[in-house]
Design a protein around this ligand. Structure first.
Ligand code: SR1
Ligand code: MG
Length: 423
């Protein structure tokens, strides 16, 4: 049973101002007259309460964990300590990629409350992907964020004692890890209780569950997720964890942070873009209306990977201060070429993992518990199933063939072939 601090109580729009009126970090931003604070609960995620609190003077976000999974209800308890991990992840991400995540103003561990910067007029990227809206600079920010947080949270960069202490801190996030381990890597591959899918996919789902190669490869990826604590991951890096304005991109919601393999964050992100690509016909008012937008999505994906690998390479050359591939062992011995060779091996390994994790993410968002809004909001079930089936086709091929796909151009050829196939 989850232990909850005896003083813990969920906030409401009615109680928020009086309960937070003595928090200096909020009063400084909203003013002392709490009658002027206006709270709105806007949480549309699967787990938490999220309030926008505004006054004439300013605004903040107040995020509070609930002792259960909001999407399911109190039949699925979930510890409040996820808020602690989110707080620690936000602080580390802010150090590793300044400006990319909201600034934390205040953290209350007993109440599982984080008060942080409110981004306006930003919206959740997933909303834009449904509306067909483009955003400048998106690929660059996402690629740099991945490179900087993944590199700077790893043994390539960190002081080893600090990193080991960090691994020990995040290892306690057992329950959220369990959600990923179960929902992403296991549930989709059998008839698990929380699964659901569009009924028209019955035949394809049955085939996928009989696909031994797929199950084995998906499980190899699970083993990698569980065993390879390479770096601090965001852990839930989908397009619902990204906020965008016309020209600004911000990353939010790292409560699933954990130490895991570098390719997991990048893969989850790309998998969500590819699903958004296949969902476009479900959001077009006339056939072909979203063709150009689909091309933009593929350009973003390519840009994310290119920015990621360029920045990662730069960091490798300039910031390799950790215990792995030490400069004393490579450059200082005149072996700069060997260091470049090692970099290329590491990037190839991340690439292969990225494809695999993208594939399992696509499969789980179609067969397991939490689906993506781009598909879930397509009312016509035949059309939705068609979009989802194309995603599943790609997802399967990425998982099973990931070691044989060696460029983004090959992935995008595949995506375009799948998009045109008669189903
Ligand atoms: C029970 S939580 C389901 C999903 O929502 C979160 O955003 C994570 O993606 C998790 O897997
Ligand atoms: Mg979230």
């Amino acid at each position: 049973m989850t232990k909850v601090d005896k003083n813990y109580a969920p906030l409401t729009v009615e109680t928020l101002a009086s309960r937070l009126s003595s928090v200096d970090a909020i009063v400084t931003r909203l003013g002392t007259d709490i009658s002027k604070w206006k709270s709105n609960e806007v949480g549309d995620g699967n787990l938490n309460l999220v309030f926008i609190v505004k006054s004439e003077q300013g605004s903040v976000i107040v995020k509070q964990a609930l002792p259960y999974v909001r999407l399911v209800g109190d039949s699925w308890p979930l510890p409040l300590k996820r808020s602690f991990f989110e707080y620690h992840a936000l602080i580390r991400q802010a150090e590793r990629d300044p400006g990319a995540v909201p600034t934390v103003y205040h953290f209350d561990q007993a109440q599982a409350i984080i008060v942080m910067e409110f981004f306006t007029p930003h919206v959740i990227l997933r909303e834009s992907l449904m509306a067909g809206k483009k955003h400048d600079g998106l690929a660059r920010v996402l690629g740099l964020f991945c490179a900087r947080t993944l590199f700077r949270g790893s043994d390539l960069s960190m002081d080893t004692a600090k990193r080991k202490a960090d691994v020990a801190l995040f290892v306690d996030s057992v329950e959220l890890c369990d959600i990923t381990e179960t929902l992403v890597f296991s549930d989709p591959y059998f008839n698990a209780e929380r699964n659901h899918h569009t009924p028209q996919l019955d035949r394809i789902v049955a085939q996928l569950r009989e696909d031994i190669d797929l199950k084995v490869e998906a499980h190899h990826l699970k083993a990698k997720f569980c065993n390879n604590g390479e770096t601090m991951l965001h852990g839930d890096f989908h397009t619902g964890s990204i906020m965008v304005s016309d020209n600004e991109t911000k990353i939010i919601d790292p409560e699933f942070a954990l130490y895991g393999p570098m390719g997991f964050d990048v893969g989850m992100l790309l998998g969500n873009f590819w699903m958004a690509y296949f969902a476009q016909p479900g959001h077009a008012s006339v056939e072909g209306e979203r063709d150009e937008y689909q091309n933009w999505i593929l350009d973003v994906v390519e840009g994310v990977w290119n920015n990621f690998s360029a920045e990662f390479s730069q960091l490798w050359r300039k910031e390799r201060t950790g215990i792995l591939y030490e400069k004393t062992l490579f450059e200082d011995q005149g072996h700069t070429l060997a260091s470049e060779q090692a970099l290329s091996h590491r990037l190839n390994a991340i690439w292969e993992d990225t494809l695999g994790f993208a594939g399992v993410e696509i499969i789980r968002r179609t067969l397991s518990l939490a689906h993506i809004a781009e598909n879930a909001t397509i009312k016509d079930e035949e059309l939705r199933a068609d979009c989802e089936a194309r995603g599943l086709d790609l997802g399967r091929q990425l998982v099973v063939n990931r070691s044989r796909i060696n460029s983004m151009a090959s992935v995008h050829d595949l995506v375009q072939i799948i998009a045109k196939e008669a189903k």
